[in-house]
Design a protein. Structure first.
Length: 266
């Protein structure tokens, strides 16, 4: 899943793809490098960011989704990255195929109803608090168990809303209200999320906690670090990787997958 932030303030690529021509060029590059889907968002969810209204998000993302859908036709799967049902519905109407909701349906009670009505996949992610406050002293007694319990509760809510079980994807929310050790604990236990029986998405791309490990402050310098998490994720059974840098992560995923397949046949 290639990340396309059409925002002025995303932590790694804010302002780079908020014009239609730049966005289309980037989508073409990501597809050429091996992306299977593109995740388009009009609101930054970096730590400390402010929310963007549904109208503001719609103005940013819909023209780009429409052009991308027209230019790349059926060769592309588009995800609308939003926690507001009005934005998700506009995105689906413009040609998006699935919803990526970082609030797991908690920001907008109509989101789960919309996903059920439109019979589209929805990604349910764990986060602690809101983007504005989530990195202000987050704390867990047992981060893995607490995130699992949260995702179980949101899965139950999705099923109660009549979302098809096959349309639920879960995301432990790396970096969303997590300390460095919390992120490491989640990455070390990805198999426990896979064991819940739903496709798991991993979104560790260029995240700050890896910079603290590698002594790097520039997110774009964390391509190799991200590819390591992708390889580990493949070995743990993760099936979707939300990344900025497609080529390096595609290679990491393909090699890890070949190793994993060999593991099953020997």
């Amino acid at each position: 899943m290639g990340i396309l932030n059409v925002t002025p303030d995303s932590f790694s690529d804010g302002g780079k793809y908020d014009r239609v021509d730049a966005a289309v060029q980037q989508v073409g590059l990501m597809l050429a490098e091996g992306a299977d889907m593109i995740d388009i968002g009009g609101e930054s969810t970096r730590p400390g960011s402010d929310p963007v209204s549904s109208d503001g998000q719609i103005r940013r993302v819909i023209p780009i989704i429409e052009v991308i859908r027209k230019q790349f036709a059926e060769n592309i799967t588009v995800s609308i990255d939003t926690s507001l049902s009005a934005v998700a519905e506009a995105g689906l109407n413009a040609g998006a195929n699935l919803i990526n909701d970082v609030s797991a349906g908690l920001n907008d009670p109509d989101m789960l109803t919309l996903a059920a009505k439109r019979t589209v996949p929805i990604i349910l992610m764990h986060r602690l608090g809101t983007p504005k406050t989530m990195q202000e002293n987050p704390y867990y007694d047992d981060v893995v168990m607490e995130v699992i319990d949260f995702l179980k509760s949101r899965i139950d809510a999705a099923l109660t809303a009549s979302i098809n079980r096959d349309n639920i994807i879960i995301d432990p929310g790396i970096g969303f209200g997590k300390r460095k050790q919390d992120n490491l604990d989640l990455l070390a236990n990805l198999d426990r999320f896979v064991a819940l029986g739903f496709p798991v998405l991993l979104g560790a791309s260029r995240k700050r906690f890896m910079g603290s490990i590698c002594d790097v402050t520039e997110p774009s310098e964390l391509v190799t670090a991200t590819a390591v998490t992708t390889a580990l994720g493949v070995m743990a059974g993760v099936t979707v990787f939300r990344v900025h840098d497609i080529k390096a992560n595609r290679q990491a995923a393909d090699v890890a997958w070949a190793i994993k397949q060999s593991q099953h046949t020997t």
